[in-house]
Design a protein around this ligand. Structure first.
Ligand SMILES: Cc1cc2nc3c(=O)[nH]c(=O)nc-3n(C[C@H](O)[C@H](O)[C@H](O)COP(=O)(O)OP(=O)(O)OC[C@H]3O[C@@H](n4cnc5c(N)ncnc54)[C@H](O)[C@@H]3O)c2cc1C
Length: 406
């Protein structure tokens, strides 16, 4: 574990700090300091700033609209953005740029790259991820959405579920069974499907927080052109797995910064409410502190490997399990510190339902209760905790494999 930065890397850090100083308002205190429409307005304008600086996909080559940064520079950029409390893109970029864009660079045809990549960066298309189905979540190889060729088009019939941002997106990248006679993980294709057509129906699902962030998506004779298959017909499993692997190495660096910022806010809230002398609260805060420290060390280990050119393998499961289970507990403490005030929701909710509230957010019930409710989902999406434990047991600790049903 030695994530040291060279003098050249530190010089790049100063460049990023100068960029932030130039582009952010002088009284900037993090996205959490903004309310209502000001949040959307800031994020829209900030995304444009990043687009113009080629910072939306900083690691991509310049021919595809990236900044061609080295791995170290990408990590530094992400660290400095996180410290400044600004997003690294717009709300859809995790699906469009991070997941699909990276996958197209790896598997896409030249036509697919030249059509979709500029549109992704310009924010012209919005995407969602159509993987999960009622009978295919943890067991994703069981996808049953049918894709059949009809002349120059694929015809799709079936259902997806838990599709985040499905109600906002105009395109869905989806896994469909194109050869029903092949074994489970074969015969699947990765398709790019426009959503603005009569064959697609999106039904929002209400979450525990009251928001409707994810959806069911029904396909009834939905269509997409034959050439919208990525990585070859019946080769979708390999494409789907590389998409899931595009967890950025820099998340190892930024996660602990975000959790530390959140914990600092929590300690401040305990202070504001006169609870820092309560021995049980002190004990629970100390537990959280120790977990964030461990996350920092875990992050530094991943970062050392990333900077040495290795991409996270199965040990990505350790940090996924760690942050998601930690976040459930720390947000419970937040609600306990609020006490009866947690029953009355007031104040700005987090701008995103994923992970921590924005840096600079006030210690309100609107912030902590919503984050507490959303934290439950963290142990399910991107692979549930049970699945992460299976991966750690089988692939890292080399324990005997879980028995398969006959
Ligand atoms: C907030 C949120 C957003 C999401 N967004 C998207 C999205 O945009 N696109 C998308 O395609 N999907 C999305 N998902 C779906 C997510 O990927 C699945 O919920 C997840 O993979 C689990 O699948 P499942 O819900 O079908 O549960 P199941 O797989 O049915 O699991 C049910 C329970 O059984 C356990 N279990 C299952 N198999 C095993 C096993 N082999 N060993 C031990 N325990 C096991 C699980 O851990 C879980 O506790 C989202 C989910 C959430 C919560």
């Amino acid at each position: 574990m030695d994530p040291t930065y060279s003098p050249e890397a530190e010089a790049y850090r100063e460049k990023v700090q100068a960029f932030l100083a130039e582009k952010l308002p002088s009284n900037w205190n993090g996205l959490g300091g903004l309310e209502g429409d000001d949040i959307t307005d800031f994020v829209t304008a900030w995304r444009k700033t990043l687009y113009e600086a080629n910072y939306l996909a900083p690691g991509w080559p310049s021919e595809y609209g990236g900044a061609g940064l080295t791995a170290t520079e990408q990590v530094i950029l992400a660290e400095e953005f996180t410290r400044a409390g600004v997003p690294s893109g717009g709300p859809n970029d995790v699906f469009g740029i991070q997941m699909l864009g990276n996958t197209l660079l790896m598997w896409g045809t030249e036509e697919q790259k030249s059509h979709y990549i500029p549109r992704l960066l310009a924010g012209e298309d919005t995407w969602c991820q159509g993987y999960s189905e009622p009978d295919a979540g943890s067991d994703l190889g069981n996808v049953g959405l049918r894709a059949e060729l009809d002349g120059d088009e694929w015809v799709l019939n079936g259902q997806k579920i838990w599709t985040s941002a499905g109600h906002l997106a105009d395109h869905i990248f989806t896994l469909a069974r194109s050869d029903p006679d092949s074994p489970k993980h074969k015969g699947i294709s990765f398709l790019l499907v426009p959503m603005d057509q009569p064959g697609i129906e999106v039904r929002p699902i209400k979450m525990i927080s009251g928001e409707s962030e994810f959806n069911e998506v029904f396909y009834t004779d939905a269509r997409c052109p034959k050439e919208n298959v990525v990585g070859g017909v019946n080769n979708g499993w390999a494409v789907a797995m590389s998409l899931l692997g595009f967890e950025r190495g820099e998340a190892a660096a930024t996660g602990p910064i975000r959790y530390q910022t959140e914990l600092d806010r929590l300690i401040e809230m305990a202070r504001e409410r006169g609870l820092t002398d309560d021995p049980v609260i002190r004990q629970r805060l100390a537990w959280c502190h120790s977990k964030v420290q461990i996350m920092k060390f875990l992050g530094q280990r991943t970062l050392t490997q990333f900077l040495a050119g290795h991409h996270p393998g199965p040990d990505g499961a350790i940090s996924k399990l760690y942050w998601s289970e930690y976040h459930r507990v720390v947000t419970e403490l937040g609600v306990d510190i609020l006490g009866a005030d947690a029953l009355y929701i007031e104040g700005r909710p987090p701008s995103s339902s994923f992970q921590t509230d924005d840096p600079g957010a006030a210690n309100t019930s609107g912030s902590w209760v919503n984050t507490f409710l959303n934290a439950r989902a963290g142990t399910i999406y991107a692979g549930s905790s049970q699945i992460q434990r299976n991966i750690i047991g089988e692939m890292i600790l080399q324990l005997p494999k879980e028995p398969k049903p006959a």
